[in-house]
Design a protein around this ligand. Structure first.
Ligand code: HEM
Ligand SMILES: *[C@@H]1O[C@H](CO)[C@@H](O)[C@H](O)[C@H]1NC(C)=O
Ligand SMILES: *[C@@H]1O[C@H](CO)[C@@H](O)[C@H](O)[C@H]1NC(C)=O
Ligand SMILES: *[C@@H]1O[C@H](CO)[C@@H](O)[C@H](O)[C@H]1NC(C)=O
Length: 326
């Protein structure tokens, strides 16, 4: 227990250094991270990870969105250090995430060839990119060099992840604390062009919104009706999946700029989505990202910046991504 407590303290201290360690919106020069990081130590690592991700997604393509989201959660809680992958009571894993088997398969593939070399935090970063490519995104070069942590706490995830009812000021703030700009926040939110959400995340927009409006007036009325049919006021089914992007409603999603079009049409699913268009500070960014080529390019750059948040250059390389080494 005493040991655990000291690890916890260490984690808290590390977190306070996050914003300083990330060098911000620049592209290269993140402390400790490099392109082709495993070129000498495990030269086929990226290829092996990609093959494993493809094989897993061929079984369930919905996990592509799950893996992408998991990388975001990893980076926003204590930095990109594989904390999100740890198993156990009260870890971040207890929050609603999917696709862990994709990471386990990729880890097994690299361990078979170069044991103890490739960190789980890096595997997650590569797999997030590979997942968007499977959904027809254009991809980006992923830097490697992250070490894995030894602590994961659901309470930290709850405290650090931006909730779906956040509006632009709060979102800007949350990203700024990780050295990410308002523009990068809008670009990264475009990840939510793929995958699904659940009624409890947006039902407060549909019913008893505030004393003036029963339903959030920022939702397109026909779309609001559609959402109300899926999520009845007091009896919604917490397992029903609602597409994040109603313009390309396929079960796994397609990785393109249509997310921004949904915002323009007032069909953003979450407050944190729709407010990006409704707020004058970010509306022009939303409009500029309607251009899919621009979105793909900026998304890759922003993911490199997000992938550098709070990176640890000391730590372990886990043997199994779901458990710390003995
Ligand atoms: C800007 C602040 C953000 C908020 C408030 C937010 C919130 C959410 C919420 C509430 C869901 C639905 C999950 C559920 O109902 O269980 C979701 C889904 C998702 N988010 Fe975010 N998110 C944010 C940013 C991001 C970023 C930066 C990424 C990735 C770079 C991302 C990727 C995803 C993906 C891919 C899904 C679909 C997951 C799946 O289908 O399994 N989100 N997000
Ligand atoms: C990706 O593009 C290819 C070729 O254009 C298409 O056949 C495939 O269905 C697309 N995949 C998705 C997930 O939309
Ligand atoms: C209700 O929400 C609307 C739209 O967001 C807002 O303009 C209005 O000030 C809110 N009213 C109250 C009483 O909070
Ligand atoms: C809730 O939705 C899930 C997924 O669609 C379904 O399997 C389940 O039977 C539903 N439960 C109820 C009580 O309707």
């Amino acid at each position: 227990m005493a040991h655990f407590r000291s690890l916890l303290l260490l984690a808290l201290f590390t977190f306070s250094g996050v914003a300083v360690e990330a060098t911000g919106p620049g592209d290269n020069g993140f402390v400790g991270l490099r392109d082709n990081y495993y070129r000498n130590s495990c030269k086929d690592a990226e290829k092996l990870i990609k093959k494993a991700v493809q094989a897993e997604l061929a079984k369930n393509l919905k996990h592509a969105a799950g893996v992408l989201r998991m990388h975001f959660h990893d980076c926003f809680v204590e930095g990109c250090d594989g904390s999100v992958l740890l198993d156990g009571p009260g870890t971040e894993k207890t929050s609603h995430l999917a696709g862990f088997e994709v990471i386990d398969a990729a880890k097994a593939a690299v361990e078979a060839v170069c044991p103890g070399v490739v960190s789980c935090a890096d595997i997650l970063a590569y797999a997030a990119r590979d997942s968007t490519v499977e959904l027809n995104g254009t991809g980006w070069a992923v830097q490697g060099g992250r070490k894995d942590c030894t602590v994961s706490l659901a309470s930290r995830a709850e405290a650090e992840l931006p909730p779906p009812m956040f509006e632009v000021s709060q979102l800007i703030d949350s990203f700024a604390r990780r050295g990410l700009s308002a523009r990068q926040m809008v670009v990264l939110s475009g990840a939510q062009t793929v995958g699904v959400g659940f009624c409890d995340k947006f039902v407060s927009r549909l019913y008893d919104f505030n004393s003036t409006f029963f339903t959030d007036p920022s939702i397109d009325p026909a779309y609001a009706t559609e959402l109300k049919n899926i999520c009845p006021q007091h009896s919604f089914n917490t397992s029903i999946e609602v597409f994040m992007d109603v313009i390309t409603p396929t079960s796994a999603g397609v990785f393109e700029a249509n997310y921004y079009k949904t915002l323009q049409e007032h069909k953003g699913l979450l407050t944190s989505d729709q407010s990006l268009f409704d707020d004058s500070r970010t509306r022009a960014v939303v409009t500029s990202l309607l251009n899919n080529r621009r979105f793909q390019k900026e998304f890759g750059k922003a993911m490199r910046a997000m992938g550098a948040v709070g990176v640890k250059t000391v730590g372990q390389i886990r043997t199994k991504c779901s458990a710390v080494n003995e």
